[in-house]
Unconditional design. Structure first.
Length: 382
């Protein structure tokens, strides 16, 4: 017996409005609002790390259209290929995004490819950008999920919980055989709250003195994959009832979500080893610091050390023990070192190999904060 829906969540009676000859769909507005939030958050986080925040908008101009294409392809090819390729009507609906149907996994994959291209072109650290965008992606997904509420789609199983979601019996998504007034799990709300919690967690880990050194170098993106994959897999296993391709009797999204978790775990482990190798290599090649003193990564090292010195002369920065443990092991660039560096021949730069080339600089930038002030004295924004 269903409980009285005094606390139930009503579905909106509209999914868009007309603006002259144009039809504005609420689903699209939710997606656009999520994109705007992601751009704003990522820009703020890039600025806080001494990077060019304008790069975010440049990357978004390529990542957004490619991400939409990837998200739609994922939904069409993976989620419900039988419908879209089973009839002429289904084929006609493939480009009709306003009717719903965007697979976030495909959107993230295509968007990541677009950002990688832009980072290669502009010489920006892909790992550092990934750290900045990871919580922003979760916020964008949290906002975008409300488009499912307006479309009365992708809800969960029937429930007697008082916060169940009301679906109009006349909706084409209302399950057959159930009486009018049946409530359903509001999976859009569950996923939205889960994503917001994950975004807050990643931001907090990046600000905390005890954990900041464990979520840099791209590892925040690895945490994003693990967090989102876990939430999505649980929802797919226990709640979702909308049509989906099946594999071995299980919804295909369960396998793709599990793949995200595995990729995230492997990525985190690999990036942790990569960070140790990059910083260890820099510490073992003091000559590279002198020969490439004008390069991006070494300017970042110098800026980081100057920040530490300004905060507490002669002491390590307490808020980031990894910086004192790693970066401060580099030989001091005192007057004698600078004189020796100026006297070194130009050929030394070529002999340094990877540490002197721009790619090495970009790799090191992912692990060196270049903020103007000590984060322990001024909280990091975003």
């Amino acid at each position: 017996m269903l409980v009285s829906p005094t606390l139930s969540i009503p579905s909106p009676g509209w999914s868009g409005f007309s603006l002259g000859p144009f039809e504005v769909h609420a689903y699209a507005l939710c997606i656009l609002l999520g994109m705007a939030a992601a751009i704003a958050i990522t820009t703020r986080r890039m600025d806080a790390r001494g990077q060019d925040g304008d790069f975010v908008m440049d990357a978004a101009l390529l990542a957004i259209p490619l991400g939409i294409i990837g998200a739609r392809l994922y939904h069409v090819v993976i989620t419900d290929p039988g419908y879209y390729f089973g009839s002429a009507e289904g084929l006609m609906e493939i480009p009709q995004l306003w009717k719903g149907g965007l697979g976030i996994m495909g959107g993230v994959a295509f968007g990541a490819l677009a950002v990688w291209i832009m980072c290669r072109v502009r010489g920006t650290s892909y790992a550092l950008f990934a750290d900045c965008v990871a919580p922003a992606l979760l916020v964008a997904q949290a906002v975008g999920r409300w488009g499912n509420w307006f479309n009365q789609e992708l809800f969960g199983r029937a429930t007697t919980l008082p916060w169940g979601l009301e679906i109009a019996p006349t909706s084409p998504n209302f399950p057959d055989g159930l009486p009018a007034g049946t409530l359903f799990h509001p999976t859009f709300l569950y996923e939205s709250l889960w994503n917001l919690l994950g975004a807050a967690l990643i931001i907090w880990l990046g600000r905390s003195r005890r954990t900041a050194h464990r979520v840099d170098g791209g590892r925040s993106m690895a945490l994003y994959l693990i967090w989102y994959g876990t939430g999505r897999m649980l929802i797919e296993i226990f709640l979702r009832i909308d049509p989906s391709a099946m594999f071995l009797g299980v919804r295909i999204h369960v396998f793709t979500a599990a793949a995200l978790i595995v990729v995230g775990l492997l990525l985190y482990a690999w990036l942790s080893r990569r960070k140790a190798a990059v910083l260890g290599s820099v510490a073992e090649h003091p000559a590279s610091t002198r020969a490439a003193n004008g390069s991006g990564s070494h300017r970042a090292v110098a800026a980081a050390r100057q920040s530490d010195a300004a905060a507490a002369p002669g002491a390590e920065t307490p808020s980031e023990p990894w910086r004192g443990a790693r970066i401060n092991r580099l030989p001091d660039l005192d007057r004698a070192d600078r004189t020796a560096a100026a006297a070194e021949p130009e050929t030394d730069t070529a002999e340094l190999g990877e540490q002197a080339d721009p790619s090495g600089d970009v790799r090191l930038q992912a692990f060196v904060e270049t903020r103007a002030t000590d984060p322990s004295r001024q909280p990091v924004r975003g």
